[in-house]
Write a protein that binds this ligand. Structure first.
Ligand code: UDP
Length: 337
């Protein structure tokens, strides 16, 4: 089976690519290196010369000549579309950049796939599409009310994919990720803490590395267990496993389907800090700060649809996530940048 992976140099696309190569799939990867790491591609090319092919290209560039040429000669069975910008904060400052990079590039990708008769698409969506839901845990049919431009682009892409599936050109599975953290079991692909991340785990890692003096905890007066934000953190290995289940599922599936990929458990900011400290024996200095604009109090999944239809459930716990996130950085101190 041949899989096209967009965003194959990034944290999620790269982890999926590595695992797909290990499992014997052939992978055509594409990345523009806006956020992805060249080291990941170097590693895949060195270790999977026969089964990995890389295209450096920006999908929001309508020409995308390299990809078009590649698909003229190679038959792709499934496209796993992970490419996209993902900072909520940046999306609020640069909305058009997000619409171009996330939405335009997906229109372009779908046109190219359609011309090459690729009809199976798995899309990296996000729990951000639910916005600030009053009810938890969140089911897939709850209201869609994104509260950021990033979220709006995910909703727009989901809608585009749903409409395209009605035209019978595509069969699509959208995977709504909750909060992926941790590192792949072999610690070769991981989330970089060096490029000024906004997310909690890489920021904790920055404090552990002494790149930052203190972690700021954004908001201690939320209506949650301890006043700090509650999220559904999911180990990257579990998230990636969900993609392989989706690859199986989509083979015989026709239409459009969406799944939550989360554990169903909520964890507060204070709880994740304590767990990280305990598991790794490192003190994470922190201070309390105001709420971050655009943040919500809580967000966690009801993953029963993925349990029932994909036969998938998360296996790893918060300790695994904290241990693996730190271990990957410790193991790769020389080239983690
Ligand atoms: N958070 C924090 N300090 C940080 C980064 C994040 O307190 O430096 C909190 C944030 O307010 C939220 C949780 O950690 O409650 C998860 O934030 P993240 O950005 O990782 O995910 P998202 O908000 O997109 O779910």
């Amino acid at each position: 089976m041949r899989i096209l992976v967009t965003g194959c140099a990034g944290y999620i696309g790269g982890t999926f690519t590595f695992e797909a190569l290990k499992r014997g799939f052939k992978v055509i990867g594409i990345d523009s290196f806006i956020n992805g790491k060249k080291n990941n591609i170097k590693f895949f090319l060195e270790n999977y010369r026969e089964s990995f092919k890389f295209i450096e290209e920006d999908l929001s560039d309508y020409k995308a000549e390299k990809l078009k040429k590649e698909l003229d000669s190679i038959k792709i069975d499934v496209a796993v579309h992970c490419a996209g910008l993902k900072s909520v904060d940046e999306s609020e400052k640069e909305p058009l950049l997000y619409w171009k990079n996330n939405v335009d590039s997906t229109i372009n990708l779908l046109n190219i796939l359609s011309n090459s008769n690729v009809r199976k698409v798995i899309f990296s969506s996000s729990a951000t599409v639910y916005g600030d839901s009053d009810i938890h845990p969140i089911l897939e049919d709850f209201g869609i009310e994104p509260v950021s431009t990033y979220g709006s682009t995910k909703v727009a892409i989901e809608q585009m994919l749903k409409d395209s599936s009605r035209s019978k050109k595509f069969d699509v599975v959208s995977l709504r990720y909750f909060n992926p953290v941790g590192s792949h079991k072999e610690m070769k692909v991981y989330e970089s803490p060096y490029s000024m991340p906004n997310n909690l785990m890489p920021r904790i890692i920055r404090v552990a590395l002494k790149l930052d003096q203190k972690l700021q905890i954004y908001g201690t007066d939320y209506d949650t267990r301890d006043g700090t934000g509650e999220r559904d953190y999911i180990h990257i290995d579990d998230l990636v496993e969900g993609h392989f289940k989706a690859v199986e599922y989509i083979k015989d599936f026709k239409g459009y389907e969406v799944f939550n990929l989360g554990t169903g458990t909520s964890i507060t900011v204070k709880e994740i800090i304590s767990c990280f400290e305990e598991v790794n024996g490192i003190k994470i200095s922190h201070e309390y700060a105001d709420r971050r604009p655009g943040d919500i109090a809580k967000c966690y999944a009801d993953p029963s649809k993925a349990n029932n239809l994909l036969g998938w459930s998360a296996q790893k716990n918060l300790e695994d996530m904290c241990r693996d996130a730190w271990k990957a950085i410790k193991n790769n101190l020389n080239d983690a940048k």
